[in-house]
Design a protein around this ligand. Sequence first.
Ligand code: ATP
Length: 422
Amino acid sequence: MDLMEKIVSLCKRRGFVYPGSEIYGGLSNTWDFGPFGLALRKNIKALWWREFVEKEENILGLDGGIILSPRVWEASGHVENFTDPLVECKSCHTRFRADQLGDTKKCPDCGGQLSEPRRFNGMFRTTVGATEDSNAVVYLRPETAQAIFINFKNIVDSFHPKLPFGIAQIGKAFRNEITAGNFIFRDIEFEQHELEYFLPEAIWEEKYDYWLAKMHDFAKLIGLAPEMVHEREHSPQERSHYSKKTVDLEFDFPFGRKELWGLAYRTDYDLRNHSEKSGVDLKYEGSFPHVIEPSMGVDRTMLAVLCSAYFEDEKRVVLKLQPSLAPYKVAVFPLVANKEELVGKARGIYEKLKKSFMTAWDDRGNIGKRYLSQDEIGTPWCVTVDYQTLEDDTVTIRDRNTTRQERIKVANLETWIKERLV
Ligand code: ATP
């Protein structure tokens, strides 16, 4: 099994990621997140929000809708430009993105002849209302950003922030990808963390560098090795229709070096267009603010985190997750399950720790198996209540990465964990 297969299999077995609609034979490129996947994503998103919103000055949050007026996507240029060049094999009918195939005119799967490329819009369409006439066509948003631009005036009217300031959002986005795949790297329904940072044009370069550095810092914070994260600037041909400069942060995934996150300088493109098309004046402090946009997919972040954390040797499989991201921070075990005093004491510790941390309880099998089980889901510390606990109120605490144990006072447990929870 290669590394990706091992990760996919661990994710399914241990309740991180399940294939979508599996009991009906599955639906390609859709995934459901189990209890631990949900916890890991929640922790990633909370950390992002802390770093990009709460620790910054002048960043406000928004939770905009998934379905917006179709006029939004006309004004933003997505109806016209959010397209990929699609080619189809005339023999096996597999579809590819022409820009990802290079110069070849042959199907990479069967060698058949490829069709001429045609433009394929990546937005999902649906209809609103009881009739299916064309007036009722709406799109599922392919990025969260537009809800921010169309609420720009609402936010400035309520908060009167001074430029530069930002509006941040975390939410679902949908893209009808021609070639999805590689587990949760490219799915058709995913989540994004996005920040639109509004500023006077004169300072865009300085702020661009600031947010780029911040993205590198975030990569370190979630446990990605800096030597596996690379900057790649888009050529003018490759850039999105709204961007004047885009740098991708690419990550060395097991299947190659690929885009993890993007940082775009969107200029005043969006506010200017929405102003023109809506007739509502979106100028602020005398002109259209310019925009720097860090756009960071939750799913790709989660995959990079899992790939970085996965470790195995002949004895065990371990997810060496940053403690702040781990689903459980600590697990509590009685040494044996059939000694009432041990179980009672351990339950007391479990119930107390549970008030402060996500805490697991396990009294099945033997201690060794319980350690291995927690290692696989990335629990940083395991606390064992043994006979000595009953005498001197100390427990052993085992470190996931080193497997070393130390003995500490029960009274100090909470502080001990808090000090190490980064
Ligand atoms: P790609 O070139 O890989 O298709 P993109 O350049 O279209 O990506 P952006 O439009 O810059 O992606 O989207 C911002 C971020 O959203 C990406 O950096 C990525 O983290 C995430 N993202 C985009 N498309 C997907 C997808 N289909 N599945 C999962 N995450 C995605």
